[in-house]
Write a protein that binds this ligand. Structure first.
Ligand SMILES: [Zn+2]
Length: 440
């Protein structure tokens, strides 16, 4: 059902009804996992739980054990993924995750599951992010990745004309993206934030303004990195698009979506995903609205079965109706856990640092240096914009803003963009000497 703003009437369903759906589906997925997946059956038997023990959401959370990527990795051998996770046969495709933590996860996907998840999750997501039938869309995500794959399925189901340039996802081929944009003039752009930045940079080398490259594009739909309001505003100003939607989630835990036009976090569908949040240190459950590590349960059976998988990102999940009228989760993604650091008893991430810098200077690129050994202060390298950057005189003001908003002071060193640490052309946002920084 498509009625104007919403793809499905379920998007505005009251919480009580959504929670009833969740409980019904949780019970079904627990039974399915127990009966079809050796991985879950073994773990749950060890914990002394059977599907009959789960009759409420509270039962589910107290009795069903969680697991991490390491638990899964120990049992996966590459060719047992569908068997292990209980995917229904026949498998139509094995898809990879991006492997930012060093190991790719393989997902076994069958035809029915793909159709169902595209219809129930991704069609709603793209509709919410203003993709409409008849539009022409540009897609720069790799086809081997789950997200690239489902994006192409959305395009064909929605009736969108798709352009995919040669060299998808590879930095060296950004020139092709620029050529194809100018040649095709799409109305909708699906990619990652770094691609837009790289295309702008490539355009400048050719003497092209960003607005010339993105002429005709109405919306950017960008995944792979949480964008701060300052980043979004800068990108909108530079490219001249009407709006920028930020998509997020994970292929490992099979949850995700994008934000809506009010940009209050990613609206994750409660009838598709059941999300919990736990304290990163203790594993204790946290209330919705608190910042912690996510736990995902996918409520659609038949594909990779995900039941209480603990992820590696720091998030905040809220259950409050958004201004758009949708009642589902609003998720703020911050960063991967190993890109976060403890200051004053709180987990902070580059996202938090960026918000404070934006308040004083607008969006800037920066690196946090050795957060574990800088005491109760933060050491920051911030890139100047040109030689006469007025913000270089605002270091004290930045320090004040950090104390006020995060309770820690900040020592700023202003550098040129070239002096920031990069790894494979990607900015290292948290630099640690021991590890050589993050290689995400
Ligand atoms: Zn909304």
């Amino acid at each position: 059902m498509m009625s104007g703003d919403y793809y499905s009437s379920i998007e505005t369903m009251p919480y009580r009804e959504l929670e009833e759906i969740q409980l019904r589906k949780l019970k079904a997925i627990v039974r399915y996992a127990y009966e079809n997946s050796p991985f879950y059956r073994r773990r749950w038997r060890d914990a002394g739980v059977t599907p009959d023990d789960v009759n409420s959401i509270d039962d589910f959370q107290r009795k069903i054990p969680t697991y991490t990527k390491d638990d899964l990795r120990r049992e996966m051998s590459g060719d047992n993924v569908d068997y292990l996770m209980g995917a229904a046969q026949p498998i139509s495709l094995y898809s990879l995750t991006s492997g930012t933590t060093g190991v790719n996860t393989l997902l076994a996907l069958n035809y029915g599951f793909m159709d169902e998840i595209v219809e129930q999750l991704f069609m709603r997501q793209f509709w919410m992010a203003k993709l409409r039938p008849g539009m022409s869309a540009f897609q720069v995500l790799a086809g081997w990745h789950f997200l690239g794959l489902v994006t192409n399925m959305v395009f064909s189901r929605m009736g969108v004309r798709a352009v995919a340039p040669w060299g998808t996802s590879i930095h060296d081929y950004v020139g092709n993206f620029v050529d194809a944009m100018i040649d095709r003039r799409p109305e909708y752009f699906v990619g990652m934030p770094w691609m837009v930045d790289a295309m702008i940079e490539e355009g400048r080398r050719r003497g092209l303004e960003p607005r010339e490259i993105f002429k005709g594009v109405r919306y950017l739909h960008l995944a792979g990195e949480p964008m701060t309001p300052g980043m979004v505003e800068k990108m909108r100003d530079e490219t001249g698009v009407e709006d920028v939607f930020n998509a997020g989630g994970t292929a490992d835990g099979i949850w995700g979506s994008s934000d809506c036009e009010y940009h209050r976090g990613i609206h994750v569908w409660m009838d598709v995903n059941f999300l919990e949040v736990v304290d990163p240190r203790t594993g204790e459950p946290l209330d919705y609205g608190e910042r912690g590590r996510w736990i995902s349960t996918l409520l659609i059976p038949g594909g990779p079965t995900v039941v209480r998988y603990v992820g590696d990102d720091l998030v905040k999940v809220e259950k409050e109706m958004c201004e758009c009228g949708r009642t589902h989760y609003s998720v703020q993604m911050y960063d991967r856990l190993d890109n976060s650091f403890l200051k004053g008893g709180r987990y902070l991430t580059p996202y938090d640092v960026s918000l404070v810098i934006e308040e004083v200077c607008g969006h800037r690129l920066f690196t946090v240096l050795e957060p574990e050994s800088s005491g109760d202060r933060l050491r920051l390298l911030i890139a100047k914009i040109g030689d006469g950057d007025p913000c270089t005189g605002a270091s004290d003001e930045i320090d004040d803003a950090f104390r006020r908003r995060l309770g820690v002071g900040a020592d700023v060193t202003w550098v040129s963009l070239r002096e920031l640490p990069f790894s494979h052309r990607k900015l290292i946002r948290v630099y640690r000497e021991m590890e050589g920084g993050d290689a995400a």
